[in-house]
Design a protein around this ligand. Structure first.
Ligand code: PLP
Length: 377
């Protein structure tokens, strides 16, 4: 019997992160700028294959800024997958715009390109002003950008990529975050690379990042007396936290490998069981499996998702239902949703299993045994 709780995706930090953090501390750059911030931005840009990056206090701040930069505001609509974390849709509300939700596909769990195309066509016919699409690379899996980039171009809407969960993933050989006009990453404590809290806004367009940097720095004009022409935000990342992020980023490849390894082992033991279906890896990309997720068919497996989750919880193992779709959230209940049944079924039966890069083989095997036990108990 365990004595400490096994978490879904806890921070995985080590001596290198600590060393860089102390270097930042000793340099006295205790500020939301400094040499580690500059270096972290360059290093993330290299990993993501973009030219420009802005380190931020959160991924949510990146989503907010990207909408402001594209002039999204009251009267505008923004298409968002319904299966996501609330931060994606909240950012749309921050700028006074209206989220419109779109269902996902069973094959990828990401936004359905056909429904997206259809919804953009419907919106144009009914004179609804859709200004942007925010795609979400869910649980470490990229959306189908081979199709989505073309669809957004044809409908003349800007594509913003919420890659908060997908640092290290690729689609057609190109990194997550590099497909949109802007891409957003999160370094929250549960993400694959963490700064305890933080984010990154990335783009191929220097002017967008320059403008974002200005707004994120309280919109201070270059004048000694603090001149302001715009409403600004205090959104920049601390130099101390950027130092931690640099250490974490050095081992990104190993972090991805370890999460993929857990996914492979979970599948080897559980995939053949009747009623268990894992989130598929889309053929066009390489998923990080930030979280390993599966659905549980109560009739075929013999017990339901909640029973399995509670069985694990009673033994100090954290597992969580798949994101509750936004169109089912009370706060967004008045919003339009194209489809929604697929996301709802994934929510009803989907479970995320412990997937941390520092989870041991023995811990993972314990999770597997308990899932099997939940069936027979
Ligand atoms: C974590 C997450 C965010 C928010 O990132 P923060 O850094 O916590 O603000 C946004 N979107 C998705 C899909 C996420 O998983």
């Amino acid at each position: 019997m365990r004595t400490t709780r096994l978490y879904l995706s806890p921070p995985d930090a080590g001596p290198r992160d600590r060393e860089l953090l102390l270097d930042a501390f000793d340099s006295n750059w205790l500020a939301p700028l400094g040499p580690h911030v500059d270096a972290f931005e360059k290093e993330v840009a290299a990993v993501v294959g973009v030219d420009h990056c802005l380190a931020l206090a959160s991924g949510t701040a990146g989503l907010h800024l990207s909408l402001i930069l594209h002039g999204v505001g009251p009267g505008d609509q923004v298409l968002v997958p319904t299966l996501t974390f609330a931060a994606t849709a909240n950012a749309v509300r921050y700028v006074g715009a209206e989220p419109v939700f779109v269902d996902c596909t069973l094959g990828t769990w990401t936004i359905d390109p056909d429904l997206l195309d259809e919804e953009l066509t419907t919106a144009r016919r009914s004179n609804r002003r859709v200004k942007a699409v925010i795609t979400v690379d869910l649980y470490g899996q990229c959306c189908d950008y081979g199709r989505i980039v073309e669809i957004c171009k044809r409908h003349d809407v800007v594509l913003i990529e919420d890659a908060a969960e997908a640092l290290g993933a690729t689609c057609n050989g190109k990194p997550a975050g590099s497909y949109g006009a802007m891409g957003v990453f999160s370094f929250n404590g549960n993400k694959i690379v963490t700064t305890s809290g933080g984010g990154m806004l990335v783009s191929h367009d220097a002017r967008l990042i320059e403008r974002a940097r200005h707004l994120a720095t309280q919109a201070r004009e270059p004048a000694p007396h603090y001149e302001h022409r715009d409403i600004g935000y205090n959104y920049r990342l601390s130099n101390l936290l950027a130092a931690v992020g640099r250490g974490q980023l050095e081992s990104l490849a190993q972090r991805v490998e370890r999460r993929r390894f857990h996914n492979r082992k979970y599948r080897e033991r559980l995939e053949s069981l009747d009623g268990l279906t894992f989130m598929p890896e889309a053929p066009y990309g390489r998923c990080t499996f930030w979280l390993t997720c599966l659905t549980i068919d109560r009739k075929r497996f013999g017990t339901d998702r909640e029973s399995v989750r509670r069985h694990l919880d009673a033994r100090l193992i954290e597992a969580r239902p798949v994101w509750k779709p936004m169109h089912l959230q009370p706060v967004f209940s008045s919003c339009r949703c194209a489809g929604g049944a697929v996301a709802q079924s994934l929510f009803d039966s989907g479970l995320c299993l412990p997937s941390g890069s520092n989870m041991t083989d023995a811990e993972r095997d314990e999770v597997i045994e308990l899932v099997l036990e939940a069936r027979s108990s």
